[in-house]
Each structure stands twice: as structure tokens, then as C-alpha cells.
Design a protein around this ligand. Structure first.
Ligand SMILES: Cc1cc2nc3c(=O)[nH]c(=O)nc-3n(C[C@H](O)[C@H](O)[C@H](O)COP(=O)(O)OP(=O)(O)OC[C@H]3O[C@@H](n4cnc5c(N)ncnc54)[C@H](O)[C@@H]3O)c2cc1C
Ligand SMILES: NC(=O)c1ccc[n+]([C@@H]2O[C@H](COP(=O)([O-])OP(=O)(O)OC[C@H]3O[C@@H](n4cnc5c(N)ncnc54)[C@H](O)[C@@H]3O)[C@@H](O)[C@H]2O)c1
Length: 448
């Protein structure tokens, strides 16, 4: 009889857990994965995927508004939030099914229950069943962090925004990070009045300041109201269902919904980690070594629960590396340098490598090449918004240290530019490449 029920028991069927389980099974391991909510995890169910679909949906409003310039006469248009919401959620259902199928095809057993750890090799399921495994992988992700103030229970997080009964006429968004900027953009484009409340005067702190300034300028031009150096004191629900938000001014601000987007904390509460001696670091993140091993030899952790880089492709890579290391006989670590990232604001911004400020701090002498241009597509909408691309290079070698951009399709373009940064190319390699005309991406090989 086998010593354990499974070779691997994964807790959490999100980006990291699904990849790790599938690859471990392909290496010949007997694997089960527990999921307390829906297979696919945050990215598929209430993150990247439905968010991006809402971005597409909301961008259509602008195309429609300028239909006349494309030669179309469209009368009697109206927008129905429920139709967009349900369309997006139907696709989420489809993807959830596909993720489940992939796991089953790889003979990974799906256990649709919450799991908690009871020892180095044992897990208890919500039903009370106890299972054992040679290795346990914690891939429980992160959860919206909420500041404390009276009335916070009337506010929502990104978990709820995909299921709103009605489109808010007035939406307040708290925070100045990814989620805040993306949903501010979505609801602004859909016609809601959007107010962003941020406790400092800086938003999107990890991005290049000049690019972020351009984003702020455009967002304000589109009607998003930014309240910097502001924090919610309390929220009261009025008899008509509206929320009255006290920001410390003379009168409260009246809105329909308040979205809290103030970061996500590792999902470690009540997980039974103490039973196996799994140590936590700052903010409740699970401490792991470069091979994703925790302080307990048989337990590993990947993804947002370790709070290294909270991005889907990173969780997936960590899960894959874990499975190859433990079950494939190919020890692998992750290279965290030059990870490209994007904010799907409207317009989106994207970056890879060092920002100008970081590069000056690290290298002292750097050169910055820029292109500040009006994307051809914007001519149709007649708004004066301009794109901005930046390349930061080391002064003598001209090795590229970072590329940052804002403008239509910036994430699509940056993904390819990131290959060049990762490969350690110089500005000369871009200069040597013939432009593809007319495109926005050609600005990258014409930088002055
Ligand atoms: C609104 C939003 C938009 C985002 N957009 C992007 C984007 O555009 N690009 C990008 O790269 N990243 C984006 N992210 C981040 C991305 O979703 C996460 O980095 C990624 O999902 C992390 O994967 P994970 O496997 O660590 O955790 P998750 O995908 O969160 O999976 C964890 C799973 O574990 C389950 N679970 C937790 N505890 C237990 C338990 N005790 N028992 C059983 N199951 C449990 C959860 O239900 C969940 O399904 C976004 C996040 C949000 C919230
Ligand atoms: N496009 C993408 O790749 C994408 C999209 C959404 C989310 N994500 C991931 O999910 C993570 C969580 O997103 P997020 O937007 O919630 O977090 P974030 O870390 O991007 O931003 C959090 C914001 O909240 C502010 N804040 C923190 N505590 C606060 C408090 N008590 N009161 C007021 N403001 C406070 C911070 O200053 C910051 O501006 C991101 O870090 C990112 O890794 C990625």
C-alpha cells in the first residue's frame, strides 16, 4: 500500500495551482487539487480575463460615439450593463469548464472543497475527510485588503464588481494602483461619473512617472475626478440606497458604489500553517526559497500567496518550475528580472525594466529617448490625446535598461519590446531595424 494518498496535494486551483498540478501529473505524479470557489482562480474568474473583456466592452462606447467619422449613422443607441456583464460572465463559465477539463484530461482529481493543513503531509477538507500527500503545494492566491473605517461593509471589492446588478451612475474608486485605474477607466468609458480617492499624490508607483503623468492628464481630460491626499473617514447608507462618503470635507460625496482597490493580501488566514511549521513573512506572505520550498520540507508555495510579483504569468511560471523541480527531476528557478507589465487603463500603459528614476539611481549616467506623438487612430475621435514612448539606455554602451509607453495597444507592443530588453540589446539594434509603417510600434525604432 502507498505511504500517502497522493504524491501531490495542491490547495487552490488558480493560475499557479492548475499549472503545477497539470505538469506534476504529466511527470507521472498522482495529484489532487482542492478549490473552494471556482476552478481557474482569480485571473480567470474575477481578475485579468473578465476585466479585459470589460475593457473591450467599454472601449466600444468611444468607437460608437465617433461612428459618424467612420461614415456610419447609428440612431437610438443605448447601453445595457446587464448584457455586457452577462456576456462576460458566460465566457468565464466557459473558461472554467475548460480549466476543469484540462485537469481531468491530465488525471488530476478536483476536490471542490476548502482545504486546510493539519501537518507536514496531511490536509483536512471542509467535509471532514483527511487526506495525506508526500508533497503539499499552497497556491491559495491573495484576497482584497480593506482599510478600516465605519461603513466599510457598504463598499465592494473587485470580487463583486463583475456581478453588479446595475451600472453605478456615480462610482468612487479608492486606491491608486492597477485595479483602481483599470475600473476607473472602464466605468468612465461606460458613462459613469468616476471619482478616484488616493491617499498620496502618486498613483501607479512602480511605473515611470512621466508615463503616469500622461495617463493622469488624459484621465482627467476624460472626466475622471481625482481626489489626491484623501482618505475615506466613513460611509453611510442613505434611505434611497445611495452611499454618502465622508472625505473630511464640509459635505459628504454621494455615490452609488464605492470600490476598494487598496492591494491584495496573501490568502493564508485559517490555513493551518502553524500545524506544519510553515513560516510567514511580511504581510502574511508565505516565506519560500528560490525553489518555492517553505520552512517545512514537504510543503511548497507559489503565486500571490508568496507575494513576490502578483501577476498571473509569474504564478504560472512558479507553478511550472515547482513541478519540474519536484516531479520532473529538472530543478528550476525563476528569473524575476525585466518582467513586463501593463495597466489596462484607457489608454493603457506598459513598461519593462527600470524606470527613468530607478535607472538614474542605479547607473547615474543614462540617456532617455522619447517619442511623443498623436496616434493616427485618435484622429477619428478628434480628441487631442497623445502617446508617449520612452527608452532608457545606459549612457556609454547604450544597452537598454527600460522601455515605457502609454497609448493605444501599448501592452501588445511592449510584450515584443520586452524580448529585446530581456536579451540585453542596445538602442542600435532598434535603429538598425526598418520601421513598419504606418504603425504606432514604429515609433520605437525611430526614437530620438
Ligand atoms: C481584478 C484583477 C485583475 C487582475 N488583472 C491582471 C492582469 O491583467 N494581468 C495579470 O498578470 N494579473 C492580473 N491580476 C492578478 C492575477 O489574477 C493573480 O496574480 C493570479 O491570479 C495569481 O494566481 P495564484 O495561482 O497565485 O492565485 P489565484 O488565481 O488567486 O488562485 C487561488 C485559488 O485558491 C483558492 N483557495 C484559496 N484558499 C483555499 C483553500 N483553503 N482551499 C481551497 N481553495 C482555496 C481560491 O478560491 C482561488 O481559486 C488581477 C487580479 C485582480 C484581482
Ligand atoms: N494589469 C495587471 O497586471 C493587474 C491588474 C489588476 C491587478 N493586478 C495585480 O493585483 C494586485 C492588486 O491590485 P491593486 O490595484 O489592489 O493593488 P496595487 O498594489 O496595485 O495598488 C494599491 C493601491 O492602494 C493604495 N493603498 C494601500 N493601502 C491603502 C489604504 N489603507 N488606504 C488608501 N489607499 C491605500 C496604494 O497606495 C496603492 O495606490 C496588483 O499589485 C497587481 O500585481 C495586476
Amino acid at each position: 500500500m502507498a505511504e500517502y494518498d497522493y504524491d501531490l496535494f495542491t490547495i487552490g486551483a488558480g493560475s499557479g495551482g492548475v499549472r503545477a498540478s497539470r505538469v506534476a501529473a504529466a511527470h507521472g505524479a498522482k495529484v489532487a487539487v482542492a478549490e473552494e470557489y471556482r476552478v481557474g482562480g482569480t485571473c480567470v474568474i474575477r481578475g485579468c480575463v473578465p476585466k479585459k473583456m470589460l475593457v473591450y466592452g467599454s472601449m466600444f462606447a468611444e468607437e460608437l460615439a465617433h461612428a459618424g467619422n467612420f461614415g456610419w449613422t447609428i440612431e437610438g443607441t443605448s447601453f445595457d450593463w446587464a448584457s455586457l456583464r452577462d456576456f462576460v460572465n458566460r465566457d468565464v463559465d466557459r473558461l472554467e469548464g475548460l480549466y476543469g477539463q484540462t485537469l481531468s484530461n491530465h488525471h488530476v482529481e478536483i476536490v471542490a472543497e476548502r482545504a486546510t493543513i493539519t501537518g507536514p503531509h496531511s490536509v483536512r477538507l471542509a467535509s471532514g475527510r483527511e487526506v495525506t500527500a508526500k508533497h503539499i503545494l499552497i497556491a491559495t492566491g491573495a484576497w482584497p485588503a480593506t482599510p478600516e473605517f465605519p461603513g466599510v461593509e457598504h463598499c465592494i471589492s473587485s470580487n463583486e464588481i463583475f456581478h453588479l446588478e446595475e451600472q453605478p451612475h456615480c462610482l468612487m474608486v479608492v486606491g491608486g494602483g492597477y485595479i483602481a485605474m483599470e475600473f476607473a477607466g472602464i466605468f468612465n468609458a461606460l458613462g459613469s461619473e468616476v471619482t478616484v480617492v488616493n491617499r498620496t499624490d502618486r498613483i501607479l508607483r512602480s511605473y515611470d512617472e512621466q508615463i503616469v503623468d500622461r495617463m493622469l492628464h488624459i484621465a482627467m481630460g476624460r472626466g475622471i475626478d481625482f481626489r489626491m491626499h484623501s482618505q475615506i473617514k466613513r460611509v453611510d447608507k442613505a434611505d434611497d440606497g445611495c452611499l454618502q462618503v465622508d472625505l473630511g470635507g464640509t459635505y459628504p460625496v454621494k455615490v452609488d458604489q464605492v470600490l476598494i482597490a487598496t492591494g491584495r493580501s496573501p490568502n493564508t488566514e485559517g490555513l493551518g500553517l502553524e500545524a506544519a511549521g510553515v513560516e510567514l513573512g511580511e504581510g502574511g506572505a508565505i516565506k519560500v526559497d528560490e525553489y518555492n520550498r517553505t520552512s517545512c520540507d514537504s510543503i511548497y508555495a507559489v503565486g500571490d500567496v508568496t507575494d513576490r510579483v502578483q501577476l498571473t504569468p509569474v504564478a504560472i511560471r512558479e507553478g511550472h518550475a515547482f513541478a519540474d523541480t519536484v516531479f520532473g527531476g529538472k530543478p528550476r528557478t525563476i528569473d524575476y528580472s525585466s518582467i513586463p507589465s501593463a495597466v489596462f487603463s484607457q489608454p493603457p500603459l506598459a513598461g519593462v525594466g527600470l524606470t527613468e528614476r530607478e535607472a538614474r539611481k542605479t547607473y547615474g549616467d543614462v540617456k532617455v529617448y522619447t517619442s511623443d506623438f498623436r496616434p493616427m487612430k485618435n484622429i477619428f475621435s478628434s480628441h487631442p490625446e497623445r502617446g508617449l514612448y520612452k527608452m532608457i539606455v545606459e549612457a556609454t554602451s547604450e544597452k537598454i535598461l527600460g522601455i515605457h509607453m502609454i497609448g493605444p495597444e501599448a501592452p501588445e507592443i511592449l510584450q515584443m519590446a520586452a524580448v529585446a530588453v530581456k536579451a540585453g540589446l542596445t538602442k542600435q539594434a532598434f535603429d538598425d531595424t526598418v520601421a513598419l509603417h504606418p504603425s504606432m510600434a514604429e515609433e520605437l525604432v525611430l526614437l530620438k
